[in-house]
Design a protein around this ligand. Structure first.
Ligand SMILES: C[S@@+](CC[C@H](N)C(=O)[O-])C[C@H]1O[C@@H](n2cnc3c(N)ncnc32)[C@H](O)[C@@H]1O
Length: 311
């Protein structure tokens, strides 16, 4: 059995998204960049969701998040930033997924402060497409470490973190063959055309593009940051569902080091859109962090943050 993939927006109609056996076809992440041709914003969002749900990356990061996820918490936090008289905030918003949950925060920040520098990051927020020439129809998609995430050779699309299924033996053979072939080409530097493919929400990207001080970064929270900030925001990432206390302390080391004196850490987690945020805002001190304000439901990790000791 054989299954083709979807690599062009023109193929994107509900009937074409599954094969004759009802199995989902792979969709190239390149289609995400073609969504700027869809003008109906609801349709665009629906398409984006489908593309992202079928795009698994090497460490199985799938980008799922929601708009308006913590608006009242964000309102509280922005008031704090104003009260602290941080006139030109330098902000790092970490682990933003595709930015939908950060839209409200960034829009408000931009309305309140004229001189803001905002860095938005996630483990992988942009990928690279490599081709022989710009007009080539075949390409590979890698992360920054040249791990192959996807190969598209029309009419096929293979995602290397997704399984084709045992019955699709031809797909599996071709998938392995093209991986070897493209690996040689990339190592031999024969894929000279490169394009960066940011995988972020269109609305969020248009807010970012308002200032050339804003940046999108691939950033792992377990690594040292190259920048210094006076505000670090980390939503729905610093909790025990993801990390144990030791790992949380390791992340706090990096947060502490990349905060300027008196800089603040904003962290919180919630469940469904608009559900109460269990979060808090802390200030960097000489030895660790002190609490500035807690939301109605206390942070899940406040003990860890408040007991953190810069050693
Ligand atoms: C549950 S989502 C939260 C997204 C968004 N902040 C929100 O609140 O909806 C968690 C995000 O953390 C990212 N992530 C997981 N491990 C990470 C790491 N080590 N460094 C940076 N980001 C990471 C994932 O890629 C994912 O986008």
């Amino acid at each position: 059995m054989i299954r083709t993939g979807i690599y062009n927006l023109r193929q994107f109609n509900p009937a074409a998204l599954k094969d004759v056996f009802g199995k989902e076809k792979n969709i190239s992440i390149e289609v995400y960049s073609q969504l700027n041709q869809v003008y109906d914003s609801q349709l665009k969002e629906g398409y984006a969701e489908i593309v992202l749900n079928r795009f698994n990356s090497s460490n199985n990061v799938i980008k799922r998040t929601y708009r308006n996820r913590f608006n009242s918490f964000d309102d509280m936090v922005i008031e704090i930033i104003q009260n602290l008289e941080i006139s030109s905030p330098r902000i790092h918003d970490m682990a933003i997924s595709d930015g939908r949950a950060s839209y409200y925060f960034l829009e408000k920040i931009q309305n309140h402060f004229h001189d803001v520098e905002y860095h938005a990051s996630d483990l992988i927020i942009s990928y690279t497409i490599h081709k022989k020439k710009s007009e080539s129809s075949s390409y590979i998609v890698t992360d920054d470490n040249l791990n192959i995430i996807e190969i598209t050779v029309p009419p096929f699309v293979w995602n290397y973190a997704r399984k084709e299924g045992k019955l699709y033996f031809l797909n599996n053979l071709l998938k392995a063959y093209f991986k070897r072939k493209f690996y040689k080409l990339i190592i031999g530097k024969q894929l000279k055309f490169r394009k960066t493919l940011p995988v972020v929400d269109y609305g969020f990207k248009s807010l970012l593009d308002k200032s050339d001080k804003n940046k999108l970064l691939n950033y792992n929270i377990f690594e040292k940051s190259h920048y210094q900030y006076n505000v670090i925001r980390a939503m729905n990432i610093l909790h025990f569902g993801y990390f144990n206390p030791e790992q949380l302390n390791a992340v706090l080391d990096n947060v502490y080091e990349s905060l300027l004196p008196d800089g603040i850490l904003i962290e919180g987690s919630n469940e469904d859109v608009g559900s109460p945020v269990e979060g808090a805002v802390y200030r960097k001190t000489c030895t660790g962090f002190e609490l500035i304000i807690s939301s109605d439901k206390p942070s899940r990790i406040s003990d860890i943050v408040l007991n953190y000791n810069k050693s």
